[in-house]
Design a protein. Sequence first.
Length: 91
Amino acid sequence: MKRAGSVKKFLSGILLVATLLGAFHHHHDLKTHHNCPICTFQSNISSGDLPETVDVAQIENLFVPITATFEVPKLSNKPARLSSRSPPLFS
């Protein structure tokens, strides 16, 4: 049990150091360098499978307004023969 606690503390420390290193790491020209392992790791985490450049025309084509037509149900003018709480006809 003591070993499991130390492993959790070790992994928590690694996570803390990696988070702080990624948060405070920068280059003086403020660009992402592809030969820097920290920049590569951070860009792979944050970008996922998205391309680096996206054409604005492609984004505008994705948002097409949806027009929905709803039909109002027609109600009959006949009165209801029996309501739900009325007694039966034979009593």
